[in-house]
Design a binder for this molecule. Structure first.
Ligand SMILES: *Cc1c(COP(=O)(O)O)cnc(C)c1O
Length: 300
């Protein structure tokens, strides 16, 4: 086992009888509980990149993310645990006050390099790091790429096969692609986009799928609440209600929008009677530290 970190099996939690009227059952795969820092899907998406870095004797990992990125925090912590260096290229100028996420990154020894939004979009190595490619594994934002997909496919190991649908949040689409490549035939796979009008998303997911294999999936684009990392009082209220009804904490960027979508779609009878849904709780709770104090009745 190359990994310095061994995580427990995620727990499958059946949501209490909220949807008896619609005859739909919902089970939640609690990846948020796997590790306090390397939360949710991030460990899965990173593990093969870490493996590559250790196997090929690299110094560490260079990757990209925003000032509240779950991916940057997870990379910093995972690299520290594996004795690897980490460098994070951060979107936008350095904020006058460090976000809690960036403070975490620094505490795990990550070197942060801030680049303008335009430079960030080009996903090129900043001049400062020219020449470092040979010593580091470069991991695209969110772990997007074949190695990320291979890891993400392992998310649904040991979850059983009796689900009609598997539903997850979508950022880069790496997790969705992993689930698509590993799900049993006939299971319907649905992603809930956290972004507004990300019209390239389906194509970006398709590019990650094994060629020649007919895999179908769908993406819901109407549950973004104004866009990536945007929220409104209705979303925060949903998060608090959901916590009260199920005991499941959610993050406002991804999983709250996913559970909101599931709840809304079930109530609209989008899923037929007898449907058995598996929803992936992909973690991300650290990001709730970016909300105004007292927004939530559960702790981040
Ligand atoms: C990063 C993240 C996602 C998005 O995963 P992708 O593979 O980029 O689509 C979803 N949920 C949470 C909590 C995340 O942190």
């Amino acid at each position: 086992m190359f990994s310095a970190i061994i995580l427990p099996q995620p727990c499958l939690q059946v949501v209490p009888d909220l949807y008896a009227a619609q005859k739909v059952s919902v089970a939640v795969l609690r990846l948020d509980e796997l590790h306090p820092v390397i939360s949710g899907n991030k460990w899965f998406k990173l593990k093969h990149y870490l493996h590559e870095a250790t196997q090929t004797g690299k110094k560490g990992i260079i990757t990209w993310g925003g000032a509240w990125s779950n991916h940057l925090v997870a990379t910093a912590a995972a690299c520290a645990a594996h004795g690897l260096q980490s460098i994070g290229i951060v979107r936008g100028e350095a904020p006058p006050q460090k976000t809690a996420a960036l403070a975490d990154c620094l505490s795990y020894g990550m070197q942060l390099i801030f680049v303008s939004r335009t430079t960030y979009k080009q996903a090129l190595l900043p001049e400062l790091l020219w020449g470092c490619e040979k010593d580091f594994v470069l991991v695209p934002e969110g772990g997007y790429g074949p190695l990320g997909v291979t890891g993400a496919a392992e998310i649904i190991n040991n979850t059983g096969t009796d689900y009609s649908h598997i539903i997850c949040a979508v950022g880069t689409g790496t997790m969705l692609a992993g689930i698509c490549s590993a799900a049993a035939p006939g299971v319907q796979i649905m992603g809930i986009s956290s972004q507004k009008n990300n019209v390239q998303l389906e194509e970006e997911v398709r590019q990650l799928l094994p060629p020649g294999k007919a895999i179908s999936f769908s993406v819901q684009h109407q549950f973004h609440f104004g866009g990536y990392a945007k929220h409104n009082p209705a979303l925060l209220q949903f998060m608090n209600n959901w916590w009260q009804q199920t005991g499941i904490p959610t993050d406002f960027v991804y999983t709250a929008k996913t559970f909101y979508a599931v709840d809304a779609l079930v109530r609209q009878q989008y899923f037929g009677a007898g449907s058995n849904l598996l929803v992936i709780h992909s973690g991300g709770l650290q990001g709730n530290r970016g909300l105004p104090p007292q927004s939530l009745i559960f702790s981040p």
